[in-house]
Ligand binder design. Structure first.
Ligand code: SAM
Ligand code: FES
Length: 345
């Protein structure tokens, strides 16, 4: 294992079967070594800086029916909401005052957000706050749509690939969705000049160690600017309600591996990680992550953007969320920085 880890740190590449072995045969000693190398690697590029992104959850209306997701179309118990363009812009103004220089607009695939409407919002945010980056996370759209939004000023796009195995993809999504289209979207985003982010859930139903190895190889090949990984957490009103959540230990282990695969990657310690453990986000940072994403959505809608059960930070105001994360990072020797926080390639 030690040899394998050293090989990874030196060459940033392993075969799928080597990645699989790294996951299957993991032990405390391997985790410790990976963590140390991952932190050293991140330190060289980003020092002790942790970037913040203000997350605005703009709509929980979605035309898709992903089996794992609490806001899927088929969930009749989900109370739907959509922020108006004015409300979204107000959130970004409030965020700007709090020091945020990146806004992430995330939502279900809500047909209200046509290119004109979404593009108009991006344009307005960029006009009011020229020194900010706008990240979109609005799911699968056409090449033309991504191009239009880029021309409106969008800088980055997050679209988790969810799993790099088409067969596994088919087990966690309805047949109306395809792995091929997901990956095509990611390549289109890259081609259009976005900073592009992929990612997956750790411990999603039917996920095997081989699948995780395939995810790692996908990341090695794609070299995403951002990579969102967090534990799968069941939601009570989904077909996957009886599956268990992914583990903190494995998520942190994978964060370290991903840092070594692609050293400059912007790697968030996710809200899902903070949900499965009170110190999850801190442990994520100490395993090689370098981004946190406090919530800027209006408190009145936060509980409704419930992707999984018991999601944290649904009662706090934006300023409280920011303070809380800032203190948490300080306690473990890291510093929140409020620059745009672009990838340092
Ligand atoms: N609609 C956009 C999309 O599909 O990319 C963005 C919103 S979607 C809710 C954002 C991410 O939430 C998904 O990519 C998925 O990985 C994650 N997610 C959904 N349900 C989850 C669950 N039960 N546990 C953990 N993460 C989940
Ligand atoms: Fe649409 Fe998850 S099913 S965001």
């Amino acid at each position: 294992m030690k040899e394998l880890i050293k090989k990874l740190a030196a060459s940033h590449s392993l075969s799928i079967s080597e990645y699989e072995r790294l996951v299957k045969e993991r032990n405390d000693e391997a985790a410790k070594l990976l963590r140390r190398l991952a932190v050293e690697t991140r330190q060289k590029i980003y020092g002790n800086d942790v970037y913040v992104r203000g997350l605005i959850e703009i709509s929980n209306i979605c035309r898709n029916d992903c089996y794992y997701c609490g806001i899927r179309r088929g969930n009749k118990n989900c109370e739907r909401y959509r922020l108006s363009p004015e409300e979204i812009i107000l959130c970004s103004d409030e965020g700007y005052e709090l020091g945020f220089r990146t806004f992430v607009l995330q939502g279900g695939e809500d047909e209200f957000f046509t290119d004109e409407i979404l593009g108009g919002i991006v344009r307005k945010i960029k006009a009011r706050h020229a020194d900010c980056a706008v990240t979109l996370s609005m799911g699968e759209r056409s090449f033309e749509s991504y191009k239009f939004l880029k021309d409106c000023g969008a800088d980055r796009y997050l679209l988790r690939h969810e799993t790099a195995d088409p067969e596994h993809y088919g087990k966690i999504h309805p047949s109306s969705m395809s792995y091929e289209n997901r990956v095509k979207c990611l390549h289109n985003l890259r081609e259009l000049g976005y900073q592009a982010g992929c990612g997956f859930m750790v411990g999603s139903p039917f996920q095997t160690e081989k699948n995780l190895a395939q995810d790692l190889k996908f990341i090695e090949d794609f070299k995403p600017d951002m990579c969102g990984i967090g534990p799968f957490i069941p939601h009570k009103d989904t077909p996957f309600k009886n599956f268990s959540a992914g583990s903190l230990e494995l998520t942190c282990y994978l964060l370290s591996i991903i840092r070594l695969i692609y050293p400059p990657v912007l790697l968030p310690a996710t809200t899902a990680l903070g949900t499965i453990s009170p110190t999850g986000r801190e442990q994520g940072i100490m395993s090689g992550a370098n981004v946190v994403m406090p919530n800027l959505s209006p408190v009145s809608v936060r509980k409704k953007y419930e992707l999984y059960d018991n999601k944290i930070c649904t009662g706090e105001e934006s300023a409280q969320c920011r303070e809380c994360l800032s203190n948490r990072m300080k306690k473990i020797g890291y510093k929140i920085v409020t620059s745009r926080g672009d990838v340092k390639k």
